[in-house]
Structure formats: structure tokens, C-alpha cells
Design a protein. Structure first.
Length: 393
């Protein structure tokens, strides 16, 4: 890509631009072909230019793009009904991004707190979490890098270690102004951190006991990424509030904040809104995404591919003592090294592969759910090769 100072430099961009995509493959503007093991950071679960998605976009664009939430939107209603069916939640608000979905969740938590008579309600959030870049969501995010320079932060967040139920119990014993807890079922940006098997059910139990809302940020884990529709479905519990975005639209901007129980009764007309949120275009695409995942059995496929990739990497990296852990939940895969390894992103590109490094030392793979066995094998071999070379140089 050519340097372009008409765009604010909020991203440290790689010197590469893509102009075309098909399935798990991307083509750069100089005609080179790359295997995509990142899916636009867990967005394009169905890969690029999926024919069903393309057809839906064309058809809906020729029918109706946008009206307003001042009127009924049949596709939005259809999508809400479908999302309720697959999640067990009761209702939802549609946004345009993950951060906005979380803003809605944070507002629900505050309403819940005020209803309980708490003047200044707080939400417990986790260390190493990521919830977005708006002021409230960056305040909720557990990373100083994300927050620095934007003080004063939004107040009302209390931080606790992730996957540590005793820390939450301590807070419960010592604070009277908690309204909710918000966590990711698997921390994505935090380094593909998978909590212990009973963590979510213990959080659920504590929330029930204390009258807190349990909010799950499923922006990255949702829509099949982990081998179930939603990350919480690996456990037996259900949250009060869940947020989605990313793969819900496979590349068109849509997010959602879903609620059940008391949380589903909190918003009243005029309390929240969005001009674009849930318009006919994005909702018809999301309906197609769900239909395709169902018809092509992609939840099971994500589970199987995840195991296959984990096993393949474990085999090829077994003699590499710098690899501290290989972990996955479905197609959310992390390989933790004993050293910072952000150079691996460029080394992978030199090998025509897109990957990501997060939390300094964790190679993160988020390939599309439509990956073939051969493509999965190619990812395994390339990733193992570059890690082995990088750590022995
Ligand atoms: C868990 C989680 N929550 C929220 C967000 C923010 O989503 P968006 O960038 O769509 O605002 C992200 C983005 O990476 C995420 O991973």
C-alpha cells in the first residue's frame, strides 16, 4: 500500500493491500495470493465472496437498503426471532459494531443497578479483556495501551483477574454497588485465554446470588467461531445479556445486544437508538449467514477443524520448547511462545499466510469456518515452520 496521510494513523498498517477475495484466499494489488487464517479478525466466518452472501447483498440492495427504526423492519424482526431461537435469549437491540453492542449492554447494567436502588452502579470487568474503543468500552477494556491518553475514563468499572471466581467473591463481599459483571467466554485480544471448565457456571451462580447481571461479550466468540453458535453454549448456563458483532454480518457492519429475563425489560422507548442499526441490508445478510452455517453444518465443522489444527500443530511443534501452550476452542486458536513474536506476522506474509499475534507472545489463528482439509493442513505446516524457524534463529 502507498502511504496516505489523508487517513488518521490509528493503525500501524502492514505494507500490503488486498483487492479481491474468494473463500479462504485473498489477492493483493500486485497479484499475489494469500491464505487467510485471520478472517478479518473473526469476521468473515464464511470466507470471502461467499455466493449466498453476495446474492443476498445484491438482492436486498435492489429491493430496500434503509428506512429507519422509526418504522417496522421485517428483516430485522426475522433476524431477531432467529437469533432468539438459536441463543435462548428473549430480545435484542441492533447496533453497527461490537463496541456499540457493548455500550448497550453497559447501559442495561446501569439501568439494572438504578432499579436496585444503587446510585452509582459498577460493572466488574476482567484484566486483559477487550471490549472496544468507544469511551465506555475502552474504560471497560483491561489494557492501559487502549486507555492511555483518553482520561478521564468512564467511571463505574471494577477490575478483577480473569478466570478467578474467588476474586469475584471478594469483591461481592466488599462492595455494595455492583450491578453486573461483563466478561468474554474466551478472551480473544487477551491471548486466546480459555477459562477453567466451571468458570462461567460459577460466575452465573454468583450473579444469581448477588442479583448482578451476567453480561457475556461474544463479539469474537459468537456465531460459530468456537464450534457452537455462542461460547456460553459450551457450558450449561445462559447469560442475562450477550453481545455480538463481527461474524454476524460476515463483513457488513452489524452488532447486537441480546437480553433475557429482567434485562430484557429495561429499555423503554427513547432510551437507546441507532440510525443504521439493524437496517434491511445488514439483517438480510445476517439471516443468510445463519442459514448457511445451519445448512452446511459449519458448527460441527469448526469444532472438527479446530481439533485437527490443534493436533497438527502439537505434532509439528512437539520438540519446540519455546512453545508454552497450544490452545483452541473451535477455530479460535492460540499458540503461546515464551517470547514476544510480533515479527511472525510479517514472516507469515512472506510465506503468503495471514495470521495475527496478540498479547505480545500469542500467535492467533481465526481461519474461516469454510476451510478445506487441505487449506487447514497448509496453515498447520506454514505456522509450524515459521515458529520453528523463528525460535531457533
Ligand atoms: C471481545 C470483543 N469485544 C468487542 C470488540 C469491539 O468490536 P468492534 O471493533 O466491532 O467495535 C472486539 C473487537 O476485536 C472484541 O474482540
Amino acid at each position: 500500500m502507498h502511504s496516505n496521510n489523508t487517513i488518521m494513523p490509528t493503525y500501524g498498517r502492514l505494507p500490503l493491500s488486498f483487492v479481491k477475495g474468494e473463500g479462504a484466499w485473498l489477492w493483493s494489488d500486485d497479484g499475489e495470493k494469500y491464505l487467510d487464517a485471520l478472517s478479518g479478525i473473526a469476521v468473515c466466518g464464511l470466507g470471502h465472496s461467499h455466493p449466498a452472501v453476495t446474492a443476498t447483498i445484491c438482492e436486498q440492495a435492489g429491493t430496500l437498503l434503509h428506512t429507519s427504526n422509526l418504522y417496522g423492519i421485517p428483516k430485522q424482526q426475522e433476524l431477531a426471532d432467529k437469533l432468539c431461537k438459536i441463543s435462548g435469549m428473549e430480545n435484542m437491540f441492533f447496533s453497527n459494531s461490537g463496541a456499540e453492542a457493548n455500550e448497550a449492554a453497559i447501559k442495561l447494567a446501569r439501568l439494572h443497578g438504578h432499579n436496585k436502588g444503587i446510585d452509582s452502579p459498577s460493572i466488574i470487568v476482567a484484566k486483559h479483556s477487550f471490549h472496544g474503543r468507544t469511551l465506555a468500552t475502552l474504560s471497560a477494556t483491561g489494557s492501559r495501551k487502549v486507555q492511555a491518553g483518553f482520561e478521564p475514563l468512564v467511571s463505574g468499572f471494577i477490575r478483577a483477574p480473569y478466570d478467578d471466581i474467588d476474586a469475584l467473591k471478594d469483591i461481592a463481599a466488599n462492595s455494595k454497588n455492583i450491578a453486573a459483571i461483563m466478561v468474554e467466554p474466551v478472551q480473544g485480544e487477551g491471548g486466546v485465554r480459555i477459562p477453567s471448565a466451571d468458570y462461567l457456571s460459577e460466575v452465573r451462580e454468583l450473579c444469581d446470588r448477588e442479583g448482578w447481571l451476567m453480561i457475556l461479550d461474544e463479539v469474537q466468540t459468537g456465531m460459530g467461531r468456537t464450534g457452537k453458535w455462542f461460547g456460553f453454549q459450551h457450558s450449561t448456563i445462559k447469560p442475562d445479556v450477550m453481545t455480538l458483532a463481527k461474524a454476524l454480518g460476515n463483513g457488513v457492519p452489524i452488532g447486537a445486544c441480546l437480553a433475557q429475563g429482567e434485562a430484557a425489560t429495561l429499555f423503554k422507548p427513547g432510551m437507546h437508538g441507532s440510525t443504521f442499526g439493524g437496517n434491511p441490508l445488514v439483517c438480510s445478510v445476517a439471516l443468510t449467514v445463519i442459514k448457511t452455517i445451519e445448512e452446511d453444518n459449519l458448527l460441527q465443522r469448526a469444532e472438527e477443524l479446530g481439533e485437527y489444527i490443534h493436533k497438527g500443530l502439537a505434532e509439528l511443534l512437539q520438540d519446540n520448547s519455546t512453545v508454552l501452550s497450544i490452545r483452541n476452542r473451535g477455530l479460535m486458536v492460540g499458540i503461546e511462545l515464551d517470547r514476544p513474536c510480533s515479527e511472525l506476522v510479517q514472516i507469515a506474509l512472506n510465506n503468503k499466510l495471514l495470521i495475527n499475534v496478540t498479547a505480545d507472545s500469542v500467535v492467533r489463528l481465526l481461519p474461516p469456518l469454510i476451510l478445506s482439509d487441505e487449506e487447514a493442513q497448509q496453515i498447520i505446516e506454514t505456522v509450524a515452520k515459521i515458529i520453528n524457524e523463528f525460535t531457533t534463529k
